[in-house]
Design a protein. Structure first.
Length: 443
């Protein structure tokens, strides 16, 4: 919808859709982030035992990466459903798959019980998580923005993004609580509790998703018979360059996060000697910073444009990449917590309005597919960042400067992508205005 002001009834409808998208996204990312955190402190010992702890960590991070490799497949599947059948059907399916896969992880036997079969089962569940996540972000974002007024795309795109830090609070908080158990209890049954909570969360998520109305934009596409047969092929043919720029712009918020959380938790506990609970608590503080940053960046995007916010965020995160690790390397709990808060906060600046930026790049008839695929193809990089970070750490003799350089490179990629995407969005808007003017003159 294009109105700058909306009726109270329409506002309630938009807010209801946004709240549902937020709750569903929080549940999805609870499941996804929980796996990432557990891969750093649990799965290394229970599913990938090895004499060399560094090797075991790499194996654990490899299953973490597998979920990212599966995400483009999920983007294709759910993007096709969303552009052909409806946005609502796609987001219901994505949340169901994520909830089931995560809950079942909590029921898996370990390597000690069934050997390598445990690792294979864990990998399969992780692939299911990846397929689900590949469809979730694009669906939730498109559904919200196609209900929201154009003048408030920035703040409404930020609402589903709040699901990520809330999920970090829930998943990390749950692991923090059970990590207070004695090691025997924690590694025997305590770690399973946060995963099993996915089942009741799934019930709530499905209830909210079924109450959401279909996108009015998609209804109009159906009425005008403009639904395309193979949306992703149309998207690549007509907007392939924009998809690349959009993926670059989304890289920091969607992927850099896992350097500052998944890898840094492992680095802090295994290399620097911080205890498990200290690193998890620091991540909780970082998530609180993320909430404030997402809301602020969304509001600013409505004033100056999303591409400017995303580009500025990339530059800021690049500048702060080295100080983040310097603070963690001090061995001081307070300074390490501050470093993690700064790292999580800076990479979140472009995360808030990225949905608004990407939505403006693509026409509605293949918007879901284009957004989901561009976001998740580049998101594959995020899955390999913990592995790459660990490998760099080993190669540099446990020196963090190499990982800082990697984080800065990811941030600068986002800055470049955001600038290019902003230029492309402006050109698309001008072309649409010219076409509308030509149509009026023709009449």
């Amino acid at each position: 919808m294009s109105e700058t002001t909306i009726s109270p009834e329409r506002r309630r409808q938009v807010n209801r859709v946004a709240a549902s998208a937020f709750a569903g996204t929080a549940m999805e990312w609870y499941d996804y982030i929980l796996y990432g955190t557990a891969s750093a402190i649990v799965f290394t010992k229970l599913f990938f035992p090895a004499e060399d702890l560094a090797v075991a960590t790499l194996l654990s991070f490899a299953t973490f990466a597998a979920g990212f490799v599966a995400r483009p497949l999920g983007a294709l599947i759910f993007g096709h459903i969303g552009d052909r059948i409806g946005r609502r059907a796609a987001v219901v399916g994505s949340i169901a798959l994520m909830g089931l896969a995560t809950g079942l992880i909590g029921l898996l036997p370990t390597y000690e019980a069934i050997g390598v079969g445990a690792a294979i089962a864990l990998l399969f569940m992780r692939l299911c998580q990846g397929i689900s996540a590949g469809g979730e972000w694009g669906g939730a974002m498109v559904l919200v923005l196609e209900h929201a007024p154009k003048s408030r795309q920035g703040i409404y795109s930020a609402i589903p993004q709040l699901g990520s830090p809330i999920a970090t609070l829930l998943s990390t908080g749950a692991l923090t609580i059970v990590s207070t158990l004695p090691d025997d209890a924690f590694f025997s049954w305590g770690w399973r509790i946060p995963f099993l909570l996915a089942f009741p969360f799934l019930a709530v998520g499905l209830y909210l998703r079924f109450k959401v109305e279909e996108s009015p934009v998609f209804k109009e596409l159906q009425a005008q018979k403009e639904v395309v047969k193979v949306p992703i092929l149309s998207a690549i043919r007509h907007t392939g360059g924009r998809m690349v720029l959009g993926g670059m712009a989304a890289l920091l918020g969607g992927s850099g996060f896992f350097i500052v959380t998944t890898f840094l938790i492992s680095y802090g506990t295994q290399e620097l000697g911080y205890d498990r609970q200290t690193m998890l608590t620091a991540t909780l503080w970082g998530a609180l910073v993320q909430i404030a940053v997402i809301i602020t960046s969304g509001r600013i995007a409505d004033r100056i444009g999303p591409w400017k916010v995303c580009a500025a965020g990339g530059l800021i995160a690049a500048v702060l990449a080295f100080p983040v690790f310097w603070l963690v390397d001090t061995g001081n709990i307070g300074l390490a917590t501050l470093g993690i808060m700064i790292g999580m906060g800076s990479l979140t600046i472009p995360y808030g309005p990225i949905g608004s930026l990407l939505s403006g790049l693509f026409p509605a008839k293949y918007r879901y597919s284009a957004m989901a695929v561009s976001y998740n193809v580049f998101g594959i990089i995020g899955g390999f960042l913990p592995i790459l970070s660990q490998s760099i750490l080993i190669a540099t003799g446990n020196q963090s400067w190499g990982v800082s350089l990697l984080l800065a490179a990811v941030a600068l990629t986002t800055m470049i992508g955001a600038i290019g995407a902003g230029s492309a969005a402006v050109r698309r808007k001008r072309a649409a205005e010219d076409a509308e003017e030509a149509e009026l003159l023709g009449q």
